[in-house]
Design a protein around this ligand. Structure first.
Ligand SMILES: Cc1cc2nc3c(=O)[nH]c(=O)nc-3n(C[C@H](O)[C@H](O)[C@H](O)COP(=O)(O)OP(=O)(O)OC[C@H]3O[C@@H](n4cnc5c(N)ncnc54)[C@H](O)[C@@H]3O)c2cc1C
Length: 279
């Protein structure tokens, strides 16, 4: 199938994007890498009146190292993240995860802003942001606000970004040398969306954040699991078993890949493997 008719705009500044978004009559939707939106339009799951292509907005480009944080422009593509020495040095969890995000051809076009703006429950990067306690800079005609990742993802394809707002940056704390990270996912084929996966970040005080994806209506932190794991420098089989029992706090949701029960089983498998592979 082909997409229904739409108007096309390609602004070159954030202020021009915001002016288009503020006009309700245009029924705008942002187009970033198009790797999800174009298939959704072809399948008639999305039917915007006007596509606002933000690929020409240079203010949304680039990865910047700040004193304590890394700022990633919304239009930064996965392939740029993969090649960035700033990301390699200061956000090692992103580097662990990226080879599992879709396929190389999709990573050449897909963007971090598109992934965060879409909020697919099985996508890796929303869980990375939760595990790293990152935040999202959102801009509208009313100004700029910072939304913590913990309150940004609302449900399937639903976020705290309003229709007249634009994600402009992703802000992540720089990793410290004593921090450890873990990641594991299970997918039917490498590059497919995960059946279930987990991202873990452990701080130098041994507090820990555990974020699952592919198990519920959005990427979620498992706070009971975190409580059980916090304070452990290494994870014995008993601690892992207790943590696996605590995943019952999650309201597992089935999808075309697996039932809720199978999701819980896979979540426990990826949790154990990620904990054992922490580095
Ligand atoms: C075969 C296939 C396999 C895939 N596998 C995976 C996978 O394993 N893991 C994974 O995470 N993804 C996967 N994807 C999705 C891919 O990562 C997409 O590129 C990504 O989800 C969306 O990024 P995009 O830049 O293409 O966004 P687009 O498709 O252009 O946009 C996606 C949505 O985000 C909104 N949006 C875009 N930019 C902004 C912004 N700056 N502010 C607010 N809203 C914005 C758009 O309006 C749209 O609703 C897969 C896609 C395909 C086709």
């Amino acid at each position: 199938m082909k997409a229904p008719d739409f108007n096309y705009e390609k602004p070159t500044s954030i202020s021009d994007v915001l002016a288009l978004l503020a006009n309700d009559e245009l029924d705008c939707q942002l187009l970033a890498g198009g790797q999800s939106l174009m298939p959704m339009m072809n399948f008639r799951m999305a039917n915007p009146g006007t596509l606002v292509d933000i690929s020409g907005v240079s203010e949304l480009a680039g990865i910047t190292e700040c004193t304590d944080t890394i700022e990633i422009g919304a239009m930064v593509r996965y392939c740029e993240l993969e090649q960035s020495t700033i990301i390699k040095t200061h956000c090692p969890l992103i580097n662990l995860v990226l080879p599992y995000v879709a396929h190389a051809a999709i990573r050449n076009r897909g963007t971090i802003g598109g992934s965060i703006g879409l909020s697919d429950p099985a996508a890796e990067l929303p869980a990375v942001l939760l595990a790293l306690d990152g935040s999202i800079e959102v801009t509208s005609g009313n100004g700029v606000r910072l939304e913590p990742a913990s309150s940004f993802f609302k449900g399937v394809y639903e976020t705290a970004c309003e229709p007249d707002e634009l994600i402009t940056k992703i802000i992540l704390p720089k990793a410290h040398s004593q921090q450890k990270f873990g990641f594991h996912e299970v997918a039917r084929r490498h590059g497919d969306y995960a059946m279930a996966g987990v991202c873990i970040a452990q701080d130098s005080d041994l507090s820990i954040r555990v974020a699952f994806f592919g198990v519920a209506d959005k990427a979620i932190r498992a706070t009971n699991v975190e409580k059980l794991l916090s304070g452990s420098a290494s994870f014995s089989q008993d601690v892992i078993k207790d943590a696996q029992n605590a995943t019952s706090e999650i309201e597992f949701e089935g999808d075309m890949n697996a039932s809720p029960e199978a999701k819980q089983h896979i979540a426990n498998v990826v949790l154990e493997r990620a904990l054992k592979g922490m580095k």
